[in-house]
Write a protein that binds this ligand. Sequence first.
Ligand code: ZN
Length: 392
Amino acid sequence: MAERKLGDLSAALIGLIGARGPLSRADAARLLKVSPARVTQATRTLVETGILTEVGTAPSEGGRPAILLDITTDRRRALGVKITPNHLAFSRVDLAGNADATTSVNLNTAAPDALERIVAIVADEMHNGDGELLGIGLAFPGSLDESGGLVTSAILGWHRVPLPDMLVHATGLPVFLENDVNALAIAARLYEDSLAEDFALVTIGIGIGCAFTMGTRVYRGAHGGAGELGHTLADPDGALCVCGLRGCLETLIADDALTARAVRDGILPAGGTKDQLNAAAAAGDERALELFRWAGEQLGRALASLVHVIDPSLLVVSGEGVDVWSFWEPGFSPALRAHLPRHRRDLRIVVRDWGEDTWARGAAALVFASPFDRVGSSTSRSQVSSLLHEGA
Ligand SMILES: [Zn+2]
């Protein structure tokens, strides 16, 4: 196999030190299974460009104390951008996953000039704020084609649009685009050691999203379309979905669907909103609570099918909608367990709190995970060594 470029070793060093904390060059070489000379060469550039800093010394076997290297976190950041049908949300995130306050800009992604506006906003943001950017990560509800150059998303109104190239051209920075829920799974793998196992991540809210790992990698499928749980059939006679099919799970339990049903059932007045539905349930409105319980049941059944197919060791439930998870839960757990065989019913389920910065943080993780992404998929930093070795 061809030898890996030095650039990949630099990225692996950033990943390794970012995950483990300060390291000596000798330890980095040992952990990455490469020669100390190569590490010395790579770290020279990284120190010169301010990505790594010498932060002190530690005792070493040879007697002479070893110099420790650490990431210069305050200088090196990524811009994480989340694209939704009606706005862009972005923030700067450091290597440890700490995000600045999220900025939101209204934008209709189906408008004729939407791509140009996105590029202009991102390029503008690139020059705002402190610190140099390592790259830009964009998370969107949809999929990339096999080449990674064309974006398709029914909910955004895009079919094979060349957004990645436009952004690279405008910013000159490395740009990484990924399905939004995949980005969350990549962030989870990057930052949460407890999730370093086969897991499925499901989001509820505007849509119903899903990402899952196979082995150590987020699985994308042949066309980047894996995990479209929201578009699996839930009701053959159901409503028309934004994707053009009928009766998708999203047409039953995504935010708009629940709100429309609440209006139809007289729980909310005409023009009622999801926030009002949440408030009604919180105030103890029995019909609102029953609607959420029913939604939980639909989700539980769908996830039982997913568990049958991929057999994860852990289910993570997240997304904007988990703010009212306590109303979904009474329907969810019984339905999930009822559709699983006895020996799968103890499946671990984690409900992950949702913050305003979660999407942008996930998008930024695409940049930090990029050295691993380039070899075909994402993985945790603990895999740095084996990946580097694979190509060496
Ligand atoms: Zn659909």
